[in-house]
Design a protein around this ligand. Structure first.
Ligand SMILES: NC(=O)c1ccc[n+]([C@@H]2O[C@H](COP(=O)([O-])OP(=O)(O)OC[C@H]3O[C@@H](n4cnc5c(N)ncnc54)[C@H](OP(=O)(O)O)[C@@H]3O)[C@@H](O)[C@H]2O)c1
Length: 320
């Protein structure tokens, strides 16, 4: 039985990773502050990674595999210092946000990164991830760096992809407001495909973890069709939306998955290395189906972290 330590393990992705490993018969330990439980069958070791002693008990033993998902470079570096010598394999969940160039279409893992954050720098997600990658890469052939793009699936706490399932469902036979579609791409990875890859991959180095490229138009149409929306779709212009303070990508009063037009490369990255490393991708329809079930269960009119409220959407549609 392998001994696996997940730094995290109680969150959305890290919880799926922990659960997948429990199912595979591993002895799974999760280090987290304990705001949520660890998956059944995994042991939760409570600890705050801000504290130097967080790793004391964990450093007394050997680990077959450590997985870290933190986006705080100092937490990652301290964990490598404390546990690296007794760990056979270390997977770090980074992000495609490490890339400095969001315009080049189809870029692979060799694309330039943001400069890694240095101690004392103002927090910037991509720079923190880059510095964390470097701390883990110091483990050489034992290090595996996974760079996911947009992670989607049931239970997504960011509410981005699920917005579209909710928006088409709640509208029914009424219109839905869409962002500009012409020339826009969309690329996602299912949370369970990602967890499977992290648990089963055997290679080291750096791999983008992302699905195949779709047009944004095709992706939204697939969600619309699965949701059974029968109303009109109203495609808004870039400038019209920006003038009405509708945000790109995420957050309140936004249209999720809509990117500024110059970010032509952001959702078009290469997944050739992922596929060559055994990564598998379920059909988009499968992911959409599970997201729809989840959105209906959680309530399509609930307050969300991303998207328009139905009242905001109606007001914008009335302004057209
Ligand atoms: N969502 C996306 O589309 C996307 C895209 C690319 C990459 N990613 C990456 O995917 C990963 C997502 O992981 P996730 O879903 O598991 O994240 P999450 O839901 O935010 O969970 C964070 C985990 O870390 C623990 N934690 C947080 N602060 C801690 C502290 N100070 N000390 C100890 N434990 C702490 C949390 O437990 P407690 O709160 O109880 O401590 C929890 O177990 C991240 O690496 C993210 O950067 C996400």
């Amino acid at each position: 039985m392998s001994d696996v330590l997940i730094l995290g393990g109680t969150g959305w992705l890290s919880g799926r990773i922990a659960r997948r490993w429990v199912d595979a018969g591993a002895a799974v330990t999760c280090l987290a502050r304990g705001t949520r439980p660890a998956p059944e069958g995994a042991e939760l070791v409570p600890g705050d990674r801000e504290a130097a002693e967080a790793y004391d008990a964990l450093a007394q033993r050997d680990w077959d595999h450590v997985v870290d998902i933190s986006s705080q470079a100092s937490h990652v570096a301290r964990a490598v210092d404390a546990l690296g010598a007794r760990t056979a394999r270390w997977t770090y969940v980074s992000s495609m946000s490490v890339y400095a160039d969001d315009e080049t279409v189809g870029a692979d893992e060799s694309a330039p990164r943001h400069p890694p954050a240095r101690p004392g720098d103002a927090y910037e997600y991509g720079a923190q991830k880059a510095a964390a990658e470097d701390a883990v890469s110091a483990l050489g052939a034992r290090a595996f760096i996974v760079r996911p793009g947009l992670i989607v699936g049931d239970g997504d706490p960011s509410d981005r992809f699920g917005y579209w399932a909710a928006a088409f469902t709640r509208a029914g036979a009424e219109p839905v407001l869409l962002p500009p579609l012409e020339g826009r791409a969309a690329q996602v990875i299912d949370v369970d495909d990602l967890a499977e890859f992290i648990v089963t991959a055997t290679r080291s180095g750096v791999v983008n973890a992302i699905g195949d490229r779709h047009s944004l138009s095709d992706m939204l149409e697939a969600v619309r069709s699965a949701a059974g929306h029968t109303g009109d779709t109203v495609v808004a212009d870039e400038d019209w939306l920006v003038a009405r303070e509708v945000g790109h990508w995420a957050g309140p009063r936004s249209l999720p998955l809509w990117l500024p037009p110059e970010m032509t490369g952001f959702m078009t990255r290469s997944n050739a290395a992922f596929r060559a490393s055994g990564g598998s991708l379920r059909a988009l329809a499968d992911t959409i189906g599970r997201v729809l079930v989840d959105e209906r269960a959680r309530g399509v009119d609930r307050p969300r972290r991303a998207g328009l409220t139905r009242a905001e959407e109606r007001a914008l549609l009335a302004d057209r």
